[in-house]
Design a protein around this ligand. Structure first.
Ligand code: C2E
Ligand code: CA
Ligand code: CA
Length: 432
């Protein structure tokens, strides 16, 4: 088996690759492999164990590639493969899938079996790569793009923005956008399945960038997380949601508002006081406000973070676990969190009426939520059949495009405030 190349040797090998700007010569590629969460494992299984996993992964790749490629370590937890003489450019993606397959079985570490999630970015020796080093940079850019889009594989495309650069630019733009009126919230109704009323709406962030157009909210959150921008952004969201909730309540839609926060926000010990000030200012009752946090963020939360959730709940706000079913909640942890609600992730709802196992899982999730005394919301409801099935299963609330898309405040008021309680005769919510 050929050895795993150390970084300088890998670079030297890379430097010998002929470029193929015209596209008629041999096709070579670089595939960079990143392992999500491997660094975080350091604290759990130790540095040596994590390095051992990276070594095992490199050995598997070397074994799989044989003479068709070379494997090198390009970072402590980053591997790269040189893929020689591909029959055509399309084969680079095929090779990427093969790499993913080779790395998917669990790694053995002492008695433990550890599964890691690789992400791959690939660049070809085509016109996008003027020289071999550029090729490696492009492959790294593609892996960052994959991470941003939560994909496992990405082929570099010429002209695509490097997320690193895009992130830096957007970060400074976002700072201006918060104060500069470029942000707004849209509101998506949540239907109470027993009363057919809109009990609450979820506020969702929108940013229309002056030159790049709309930026996805999860991209914004990713850019803001880990920087001082996150708390400024969340404060803007909370304050806007409270003000506009007061506005639609005054206009006749007697509904509460649900706001998303990120794990970062729980590191802000002043958050409960700032929320209290906002409630005072806009005169919204605290029990009309729901704070949504994803299951994963709640599970990662240290005790200080959970303390912030307890303080919010003590103030009378409700706490909702978002994307329920996608994290790894232990039953013990579920019992100890100050929860009022779980929102079943839309991946379970999408196939509810098409797959029996999905229906059984949703049924169990509803049962579990109810046994814990929680309100159960289903998100991503896109058709009448799903809505009816959820009603039959005893789900409390539903949210999704079938009930209503997220809309700006004026549209929400114009469409929902027709009859007291907020549902019109012709809204799907009235279908029984
Ligand atoms: P989320 O909290 O799970 O929000 C639900 C997402 O699903 C929203 O996407 C919503 O527009 C979309 N959606 C609603 N109904 C349907 C449906 O029937 N079918 C489908 N396919 N999608 C539906 P959006 O607005 O793009 O938000 C994406 C994520 O960004 C949110 O996921 C949330 O995690 C984050 N986010 C949005 N606004 C904020 C915010 O103000 N603060 C924080 N921290 N995160 C936010
Ligand atoms: Ca949410
Ligand atoms: Ca969700």
């Amino acid at each position: 088996m050929p050895p795993v190349l150390a970084y300088p040797v890998f670079l030297a090998e890379l430097a010998r690759l002929p470029m193929n700007a015209g596209g008629s010569g041999p096709h070579h590629a670089v595939a960079v492999v990143d392992f999500e969460g491997l660094s975080e494992l350091d604290g759990v299984v130790g540095y040596a164990a994590v390095d051992e996993i990276a070594r095992q992964a490199a050995a598997r790749l070397t074994d799989a590639l044989q003479s068709s490629g070379q494997v090198g370590m390009t970072g402590r937890h980053q591997l790269a493969c040189l893929l020689y003489n591909l029959p055509g450019p399309d084969y680079a993606t095929l090779a990427g899938h093969k790499i993913l397959r080779v790395l998917s079985p669990a790694f053995e570490q002492d008695e433990r079996k550890l599964v890691v999630s690789p992400r791959i970015g690939i660049a070809l020796n085509d016109s996008s790569s003027t020289d071999p080093e550029r090729m490696l940079r492009n492959a790294r850019s593609a892996v960052r793009q994959a991470r941003l889009d939560r994909e496992s594989l990405r082929l570099y495309e010429a002209g695509s923005d490097d997320p690193l650069l895009l992130g830096v630019n957007l970060w400074s733009d976002l700072g201006h956008a918060i104060e500069g009126g470029q942000l707004h919230l849209v509101y998506q109704p949540q239907l109470n399945l027993s009363t057919s009323r809109i009990d609450t709406t979820e506020g969702l962030l929108r940013w229309k960038h002056p030159t790049r157009g709309p930026i996805r909210p999860d991209t914004m959150i990713q850019i803001a997380e880990g920087t001082g921008l996150m708390s400024r952004l969340t404060l803007w969201v909370l304050n806007t949601a409270l003000r506009q909730c007061a506005e639609y309540r005054k206009a006749g839609l007697k509904a509460g508002v649900s706001v998303n926060i990120s794990a970062d926000d729980l590191r802000e010990p002043d958050l409960p006081e700032l929320v209290a000030q906002g409630l005072d200012l806009w005169g919204v009752p605290p029990d009309e406000i729901i704070i949504e946090l994803t299951e994963t963020a709640m599970m990662e939360g240290r005790s200080g973070a959970i303390d912030v959730l307890h303080r919010l709940k003590d103030m009378g706000l409700k706490i909702s676990m978002d994307d329920f079913g996608t994290g790894y909640s232990s039953m013990a942890r579920l019992l100890n969190l100050p929860l009022d609600e779980v929102k079943i992730d839309m991946t379970f709802i999408r196939d509810l009426t098409r797959s029996e196992p999905h229906e059984r899982i949703v049924d169990s999730m509803i049962g579990l939520g109810h046994r814990l005394g929680l309100n159960v919301v289903a998100e991503g409801v896109e058709d009448a059949t799903t809505l009816e099935r959820l009603r039959a299963l005893g789900c409390d609330m539903a949210q999704g495009y079938y009930i209503g898309r997220p809309v700006p405040l004026d549209e929400l008021i114009a469409t929902a405030v027709q009859v007291p309680g907020g549902t019109r005769e012709d809204t799907p919510g009235q279908v029984r």
